[in-house]
Write a protein that binds this ligand. Sequence first.
Ligand code: SAH
Length: 271
Amino acid sequence: MTEEQRRSKKRKRGNRRKEYAAKNNASSFTATPSGVANPTKSSSKSKSSFLDKMKARLSGGYFRMINEKLYTCSGDEALEYFKEDPSLFNVYHSGYQAQMSLWPEQPNDVIIKWIKDRSPSLVVADFGCGDARLAKSVKNKVHSFDLVSNDPSIIACDMSNTPLASSSVDIAVFCLSLMGTNFPSYIQEANRVLKPQGWLLIAEVKSRLDPTTGGADPNDFVKAICELGFTSKSKDLSNKMFILFHFQKKEKQKPRDINWPELKPCLYKRR
Ligand code: SAH
């Protein structure tokens, strides 16, 4: 690609983002209460809060755009998407943190506690690690993977294809990270790198696995993973926002046809 082609692509992307932000935010922006929509006679304090609100709306719009993209494309497409513009990853994660701060309990905390209650000699792989909080919170050796690396400890890759050796890991974690349309290939990769008897922990947004609102049946999800060669150890539905599954890899696995359910994309409503 020539420099000019690259620049033109960047310009187009910038325009697309502006159009998207305008479409998703400008209309709701004008519809907000008068104190916000009428900045003309405001003091500098209200002017800065006006600007803060505007910025928050724009970043909220980008967040929803990126989030929707990640739930509706494959892992290799997502990798390309962030390679073209790595700054989108930070936008995504600011929005993600804002959403998570509204949850009464963080699935990552529950998983971290479970790992801390076990031997620190167990090797962990964190698939879709985000800011690698898990790795920073435990004594264990943790291999952290995500689409973008913001920290030298994080390996940037599509997690359906990690650099780990087969049967080298004791605990594989997916904390809200089964986003791509090809999510079974992430679980297959975890299966490859896990030792026999190794643990597979999956936390997912409840609505993705709620058949009453168009989500998958959690029993079908469990069945598919058992068909891959795991034993289901627990399915914890006690949290308001997420389900946490514990599986253990069987000593001997028999290749089978697996009927994977579709996981509903987790899309956030406009506030
Ligand atoms: N597990 C972290 C982050 C959850 S957000 C936590 O609980 O805080 C989901 C993360 O999965 C995002 O950072 C996203 O970039 C990552 N992800 C989604 N698809 C991926 C893929 N194919 N390969 C690597 N990481 C992926």
